[in-house]
Design a protein around this ligand. Structure first.
Ligand code: PLP
Length: 390
């Protein structure tokens, strides 16, 4: 068939290099994988039971397409208590994971030709959503500011692109891939430039419950009329495969995104929504058990990576360590990731997958044994392959 029969916006979307690489290395059972952002915890038992009960009690009919009212009410309360979100049930749509929430938010807010700012490195989903809708992107390299987006950088991007209609920003806090978590001051500092230029923010807060020694804040506190929040249960309740997310936003926006959602996916399954009601009503402490484990692993990985000679930015959240490849290795991120996989049996993602070829990302949502093996292998890589002094 002719490729010119296909929508060019779809042709422009690059398949996820992360998924491909993960698939490729999965063929070798020897490889210890620290690749995907996949919690290695089970779904809490009370949530599993709620799903089983929903099936046995025949909750098998179409839920209202916005998501069950009981779930949206419970979610409004849950996130209000956790992070101070200020949304009522009619400002929430229940989505098929955070992925759908991001994709629908992009589709609802922007039109072909609009430009969206992406602090880089960035989670690849955003890149794809932007391309899919014929939008332009303005990447802001955050590596010089500890991977934090600054108001000066936003202003600079606007000044440097007078011909672009910059209408949006997608921010991830806590961040994937860097693990950085914004402080209250860092978020507040962004508000004036975003307000002044009427830039809508899609704030992906899927890792909001996984912060270490610092609180999670949300831009929506100071920019309620221009912020759309994406969240969900994938990371907080280890429910990646259950596909349950949310989008929160001003009423006018939510009424419109509900249409995009209704005529694409309709709504997540009834069973999962019933389980999510249980998570929202009685699962307030579920993430804490995992968070404590992640924090220990983070400390272990950061310490070891620094000992190995990698420059690591302080990860205040999520479950990733983002490490700059030492100059002595003379490797770009793909070479580093492929060498580690092939010769040292360790799988991790190259920074190139996120738009930055100088670093690698380690997911520490993995067992202690896997992390120990990885640290030993990475230290060996540095010992074997460093070329100093040229
Ligand atoms: N947003 C970020 C920043 C992520 O890291 C991920 C998954 O890794 C997602 C969204 C996707 O979440 P979900 O599984 O709920 O679609």
């Amino acid at each position: 068939m002719e490729l010119n029969d296909i929508n060019p916006n779809v042709l422009n979307v690059k398949p996820s290099s992360m998924r491909e690489f993960d698939h490729e290395i999965s063929a070798d059972p020897q490889i210890v994988k620290l690749t995907l952002g996949e919690p290695n915890f089970d779904v809490p038992a009370h949530i599993k039971q709620a799903a089983i009960d929903a099936i046995n009690d025949n909750y098998s009919h179409y839920p209202y397409f916005w998501g069950y009212a009981e779930l949206r009410e419970a979610a409004a309360k849950y996130y209000q208590e956790k992070f101070g979100y200020h949304y009522t049930a009619d400002q929430i749509v229940v989505t098929v994971g955070a992925t759908e929430a991001v994709a629908d938010a992009v589709a609802t807010l922007f039109q072909p030709g609009d430009a969206v700012i992406l602090p880089s490195p960035a989670y690849p989903l955003y890149d794809a959503s932007i391309a899919m809708h014929g939008l332009k992107q303005v990447r802001i390299d955050t590596s010089k500011t500890d991977y934090i987006l600054t108001p000066e950088a936003v202003q600079q991007a606007i000044d440097d692109n007078p011909g672009l209609n910059i209408r949006g920003l997608i921010i991830t806090d806590p961040n994937n891939p860097t693990g950085v978590a914004y402080t209250e001051e860092q978020l507040k500092a962004l508000v004036p430039v975003l307000k002044e230029n009427r830039i809508w923010v899609i704030s992906d807060e899927i890792y909001g419950e996984l912060t270490y020694g610092q609180k999670h804040y949300t831009l929506s506190t100071w920019l309620p009329d221009q912020t759309v929040i994406v969240n969900g249960l994938s990371k907080s309740h280890a429910m990646t495969g259950w596909r349950l997310g949310y989008v929160f936003g001003p009423k006018g926006f939510i009424d419109e995104i509900a249409k995009v959602h209704q005529f694409t996916v309709t709504t997540p399954t009834s069973t999962v929504q019933y389980a999510a009601i249980e998570a929202m009503k009685h699962g307030q402490n579920d993430a804490e058990v995992m968070r404590k484990q992640y924090e220990k692993r983070r400390d272990f990985v950061v310490k070891n990576m620094r000992e190995a000679g990698f420059d690591v930015v302080h990860p205040g959240g999520a479950f990733y360590v983002y490490a700059k490849i030492p100059a002595s290795l003379h490797m770009d991120s793909w070479t580093c990731a492929r060498t580690l996989a092939k010769d040292y049996h360790i799988g991790l993602f190259p920074g190139a997958s996120f738009g930055d070829d100088a670093s690698i990302r380690i997911s520490y949502a993995a067992s202690d044994e896997a992390l120990k093996a990885a640290m030993t292998a990475i230290k060996k890589l540095v010992a074997d392959k460093s070329v100093v002094g040229d």
